[in-house]
Ligand binder design. Structure first.
Ligand SMILES: Nc1ncnc2c1ncn2[C@@H]1O[C@H](COP(=O)(O)OP(=O)(O)OP(=O)(O)O)[C@@H](O)[C@H]1O
Length: 759
């Protein structure tokens, strides 16, 4: 038999096995119980059908491949590795789950350390149809391989991995179970009871690894870890959306939150309305704010004096109570510790029982039902919102605390006049303060047995405290110091770890290989590495790209035309495209895309999913696209203190193609170039893509009319989509009306066109 014939023969044999496993998997679907009819009561029936539904949802689709790998061990044992366990009717295991210990050698075995694996086979499938497979014969290689040198296993650049890395991105992070690398698996299976810190450059798989770790931990520590005791936290809604489908896809439903969602439940919903100046946001994020809030709730001036009677009015009567007795009771209630409300309850209980005792002994004392109001006079009721409002607006009244914690300038900057509860202009920087206040007043129950926090490098001390108080110390903290930007940009992990729980040991891991970014793009992105993060190890790209990055130097007049041209090329090739630009360029880019009839998702508003996404460098963190167009790198790099890092982030969002649209420097200013001198392709001077001029008045050409109609159609579709996405259906007509009025008020008038909207 020829080699090709032998291969075909083997594929046929493997396919038979896959088909058999698929049949057995489907048979299980049939036996997932649907018991409502036999349940003892309605509650039990609902619970059991919820359970059955969840089980069915977790099961792979009938067409999904049953296994992605196979291990042939030295002892002649063979294991097929897939997402889930599959048994036949006799109980024989046909496929083991990737999360089991049996599957571990599939990831951990390397040529240097084969772990009894003779051969590792990786299948390439279309659904459950095997197209091909590739084998690594580990034992044979290891006998001739070099000694272990202590460096992490180099990625196994199998066809399956390379194919996976080339797959088009869809706006959702994908499962990597079939191609997890040895160094990544080490992090995935790290002990539960520790604080794991995962450092790694862009695209090293930190996020993917952290999420697969959740799935692995739930499977292997099921006794102590339930899905609702695990929390995954990301920096913003867009990121949470980006990673949101991966865990359910792996079969685990755990809570995902953006860091801003760690906040108290409030009677009056907390609406973020205000923008915070940077200097104020920096103070509000500082750990000193925790002290300020706690001290502001100290006993204060309402403590009765021990040296004189405490005279109180209760009902129509006046009572003169023993000041020393009351003061001692207050002190006892307070010093016993706990939350602010627990201390209040202790005092209230004392007033109640004292009233009963005193009145039984014929001593004049307010009735037991006055206990609540007597307590309130000494330890006033407080809510998180009222405490934060008070602290920000108290001014001179808390001067001694301010003096101890802040400079005069800082104390003055913090001041904000309190508003009615529903009018308060809360800012994002207030959220951790409200959460801290909630913890002080009500206490926050320890909810989570494990917390994963991604892009942790940027969190403020107050945000880290919000995580810490929800954690028992078991955490996976993920980030990259070289991508640390914003008000809390850091140069090492210590600065961050000091705000996290110290209950468990800290274990550090570094992921060294870059899977996302092709080598040529990586080389461009790291050209200012020493300034970006001295001392931080940069990732090593595992593969070459098909094309070099394209740096295009244009004059100001041709910027948007060039962006549109690049976007159109990638989009027309079926790629997802990210356009990354700073705020000052944003409206021009959006106008140009409208003119070119190109719709886009606005990732800064939590949108993802359309082929084209426009995003600021800050919000692009963690995201990836098949092709990226970075506009005006100088403005990104020079626009803020850590601009170099922002540019590094922007340049490393691509899996395939990168275009940098750079602007010819104004000779009068001649700033230092931020891009290296790599071959540049100048844009044509004659910009064929320049937009047709929009007529200001007079006759309207056919071309302009066409443009006008396209712009109207695009804006209308966008408005309709946004209204549908944000308002409940019964409000659509009213919102549409108000939007039209607002457009009129903004000097834009025109006829209303509603696509699929009522009214
Ligand atoms: N072992 C692997 N097999 C297949 N794909 C992988 C593997 N590891 C990482 N990837 C892919 O590489 C890309 C980058 O992964 P991920 O987003 O987790 O990196 P990251 O380190 O979090 O990057 P960033 O710092 O930019 O947020 C993703 O598309 C991911 O699916």
């Amino acid at each position: 038999m020829t080699a090709a014939g032998a291969l075909d023969f083997e594929i046929v044999a493997e396919q038979e096995y896959f088909d058999r496993a698929a049949v057995e998997r489907e048979r299980r679907r049939g036996v997932v119980p649907d018991i409502p009819g036999v349940a003892v009561n309605k509650g039990a029936a609902e619970r059991s059908s919820r359970y059955s539904r969840a089980r069915l949802e977790e099961m792979a689709e009938p067409t999904e491949q049953v296994a992605f790998g196979r291990l042939d061990m030295d002892e002649e044992e063979t294991f097929y590795i897939g997402h889930d366990l599959i048994r036949d009717t006799g109980g024989e295991v046909l496929v083991v789950s990737w999360k089991t210990k049996v599957a571990a050698p599939y990831y951990k075995a390397t040529t240097a350390e084969p772990r009894n694996v003779r051969r590792k086979r990786t299948f390439q499938c279309d659904g459950n149809t095997i197209l091909n497979f590739s084998d690594v014969v580990l034992a044979a290689i290891s006998s001739t391989s070099a000694a272990v040198d202590g460096t992490p296993a180099h990625p196994d650049l199998s066809d399956a991995l390379l194919a996976e890395l080339r797959t088009a991105r869809t706006g959702e992070l994908r499962s990597i179970v079939a191609t997890i690398q040895a160094a990544q698996y080490e992090v995935i299976e790290a002990p539960l009871r520790q604080l794991s810190v995962i450092q790694g450059g862009p695209g090293t798989g930190k996020t993917a690894v952290a999420l697969h770790r959740v799935s692995w931990l739930l499977f292997n520590h099921g006794e102590e870890l339930k899905p609702d005791s695990v929390l995954v936290v990301g920096p913003n809604r867009t990121f949470v959306r980006y990673i949101g489908a991966l865990l359910p896809g792996l079969g685990d439903r755990v809570a995902h939150r953006s860091i801003d969602e760690l906040r108290p439940d409030a009677r009056v919903p907390l609406r973020i309305r205000g923008q915070e100046a940077e200097d104020v946001a920096a103070i509000k994020g500082d750990a000193r704010m925790a002290k300020l809030l706690a001290r502001a709730l100290s006993l204060g001036s309402k403590m009765p004096l021990a040296s004189q009677p405490w005279v109180v009015q209760s009902g129509k009567e006046t009572f003169s109570l023993d000041g020393a007795e009351v003061a001692a009771a207050v002190r006892r209630a307070w010093d016993a510790g706990g939350t602010y409300n627990q201390r209040r309850m202790r005092l209230r209980t004392w007033f109640q029982s004292t009233a009963l005792n005193k009145r039984a002994a014929q001593i004049r004392w307010p009735k037991p039902n006055a206990a609540a109001s007597l307590t309130d006079r000494i330890i006033a009721p407080a809510s998180p919102a009222s405490l934060v409002q008070w602290v920000l607006g108290a001014g001179d009244r808390i001067e001694p605390i301010h003096k101890e914690l802040f400079t005069d300038k800082e104390a003055a900057a913090l001041y904000r006049k309190p508003q009615a509860a529903d009018k308060e202009r809360w800012t994002a920087a207030d959220i951790p303060l409200l959460d801290e206040a909630d913890a002080i007043i009500n206490g926050i129950p320890l909810r989570y047995q494990h917390i994963v926090v991604d892009e942790a490098q940027d969190l403020s001390p107050m945000q880290l405290r919000a995580l810490a108080r929800r954690s028992n110390g078991s955490m996976t903290v993920v980030g990259d110091i070289a991508q640390s930007t914003g008000l809390w940009a850091r140069d090492d992990w210590e600065d961050l770890l000091q705000h996290l729980p110290q209950a468990l040991p800290v274990a550090r891991y570094t992921l060294r290989y870059g899977y996302r970014v092709p080598r040529q793009v990586h080389e461009l992105a790291v050209h200012r590495a020493p300034e970006i993060a001295p001392g931080i190890e940069l990732p090593q790209p595992v593969r070459d790209g098909d094309e070099d990055p394209h740096i295009c130097l244009v004059t100001e007049a041709h910027v948007t035309g060039q962006v549109v041209a690049r976007v159109r090329r990638h989009r027309d090739d079926g790629l997802s495209v990210g356009v990354i630009c700073s705020g000052s360029r944003r409206s021009a880019v959006e106008a140009a895309l409208i003119s070119a009839n190109i719709g886009w998702s606005d990732a800064d508003r939590g949108e993802l999913g359309l082929p084209v996404t426009v995003v600021s460098p800050e919000s692009s963190k963690g995201l990836e696209f098949d092709a990226v167009v970075v506009l005006d790198p100088a403005t990104i790099a020079l626009g803020s203190e850590r601009g170099d890092r922002l540019l590094y982030i922007a340049l490393t969002r691509t899996t395939q193609r990168l275009d940098v649209v750079d602007i010819e420097p104004d000779p009068a200013k001649s700033p230092e170039p931020v891009m290296p001198a790599v071959p540049q392709q100048a844009a044509p001077r004659q910009n064929q893509l320049s937009l047709p001029a929009v007529p200001v008045g007079g006759s309207v050409s056919d071309e302009a009319l066409d443009l006008q109609q396209r712009v109207v159609a695009l804006i209308t579709a966008d408005v309709v989509e946004r209204i549908k996405a944000t308002a409940p259906e019964h409000m659509w007509p009213a919102v549409l009306e108000a939007t039209a009025a607002a457009l009129g008020g903004a000097g834009v008038t025109g006829e209303r066109q509603a696509q699929g909207m009522p009214g």
